[in-house]
Design a protein around this ligand. Structure first.
Ligand SMILES: [Zn+2]
Length: 420
């Protein structure tokens, strides 16, 4: 079986190549990939090359396929797994497999297993760790996005609070009915976090989202309206922190003077972490979600508050198989809509360039359709492109009917009307 794949040969060395995959062994599974959403973690991986802890030292000779937010269909099942999986079955992957304590993962460590390709081979590690997850939904992209969503679910589970004053038990999760702030929360993952805060099992009563870019704040406020939040019992506020001399004072004021129970920091910037620390209330939990590439990143922390106010800090990276199942369930039930994260689509021929330049490209998630050749296209540009190509006008019309968001209907139209 031939595959067209984006392979990493070293730092910033990505190559789109068509090559013959080996025949699968009894312990492997051959899959057809349909979608892979581009992740900031892959950008960091590509930037670092072999300096990344998950990338093997010999990729120059044995390149790996990048991309770990993949979804597709099973093509051929090795003998060992025939009772568990079957050809034609749709799937998603929980890439944080942690096999034998090694940080190896699809999209980072395996020569023939990653999401930015047309076909790939799942090694036995993926199935042994229960990380190949059958998917019954209609759209592949939603299964791709289950990966970023599950890392958010993991982070939401990691918040903790004391069960009572002078009690030593921790209750895990957001404070029910508490005050929550999501700092630098207008990027793709921020929007996913807002969605989860409004529609997950535990909800705050107040949700404050900060950002610096008016356009991104406006888009977030359009997607998550005050009315919609109110229906879920949440008062939502969007704050541009560049509009005030003293954002900490403003945020504290918005909290009603108490500070916040749960603060999520979505960017690895010292000032933002410090701001998050300063706006914590009694027993407040700061959750550092953003993954830094700077190994020496530090920020000032108020130790007076740690002692007298029981403020504390947590962080998570990756997620568990259960988090992934939760993500697929929440999306399957229509409670959360991961489409809020998507701002662009792209084909296999342009995904390498998109990944290398990811930090400079505005917007949220870039969704790769691995069997299509497409430039990187913003959903908001469909209308303009529709003047020359009626297919984009149709896509624009479909997105308009879904509040400007990507959808299963849009995916089906794309796969039907754009050639492989
Ligand atoms: Zn990811």
């Amino acid at each position: 079986m031939k595959t067209k794949a984006v392979r990493l040969y070293g730092a910033k060395d990505l190559r789109l190549e068509t090559y013959e995959l080996p025949a699968i062994t009894e312990e492997e599974i051959l899959v057809k990939i349909y979608t892979d959403s581009v992740c900031m973690s892959t950008y960091k991986e590509v930037k670092l090359g072999t300096a990344h802890k998950r990338v093997p030292g010999d990729v120059a000779e044995n390149p790996i396929i990048i991309g770990h937010e993949m979804a597709g269909e099973i093509v051929e099942v090795g003998k060992r797994w025939m009772e568990d999986f079957y050809p034609g079955q749709r799937f998603s992957i929980q890439p944080d497999i942690n096999y034998l304590g090694k940080g190896w993962a699809p999209g980072y460590s395996f020569p023939n297993c990653g999401g930015d390709c047309t076909y790939c081979i799942l090694p036995k590690e993926v199935m042994e760790k229960d990380c190949l997850i059958p998917y019954a939904g209609e759209a592949f992209y939603a299964a791709s996005l289950a990966e970023p969503v599950c890392t958010l679910i993991s982070a939401f589970k990691a918040f903790y609070h004391r069960s009572a004053y002078a009690a030593y038990e921790h209750i895990m999760g957001l404070k029910e009915g508490g005050k929550m702030a999501i700092l630098a929360g207008t990027g793709a993952m921020g929007l996913g976090a807002i969605d989860l805060a409004l529609h997950g099992d535990k909800k705050p009563s107040l949700l404050v989202v900060t950002g610096r870019t008016p356009k991104k704040l406006e888009r977030a406020a359009r997607i998550f309206t005050e009315e919609e939040a109110k229906k879920n019992g949440v008062e939502i506020r969007f704050v541009n922190t560049t509009k005030t001399e003293d954002p900490v004072a403003l945020l504290k004021e918005i909290s009603g003077g108490t500070g916040f129970d749960d603060v999520m920091v979505m960017t690895p910037v010292t000032e933002v972490i410090s701001m998050g620390n300063q706006i914590l209330g009694y027993d407040g939990c700061l959750n550092f979600f953003a993954g830094p590439s700077d190994k020496t990143l530090t920020a000032p922390i108020n130790f007076y508050d740690i002692h007298y106010q029981f403020t504390h800090i947590c962080g998570t990276s990756g997620a568990t198989v259960q988090d992934m199942k939760d993500a697929l369930q929440l999306a399957g039930e229509g409670r959360i809509n991961p489409s809020v994260m998507v701002t662009h689509i792209v084909g296999i021929d342009n995904v390498a360039e998109t990944t290398i330049n990811l930090s400079d490209i505005p917007g949220g998630k870039k969704l790769c359709y691995t069997h299509l050749n497409l430039p990187l296209i913003a959903l908001e540009d469909f209308k303009e492109l529709g003047k020359d190509d009626s297919r984009f006008a149709d896509l624009d019309e479909i997105c308009e009917r879904h509040a400007g968001l990507w959808s299963a209907e849009a995916e089906m139209y794309l796969m039907e009307h754009f050639k492989e």
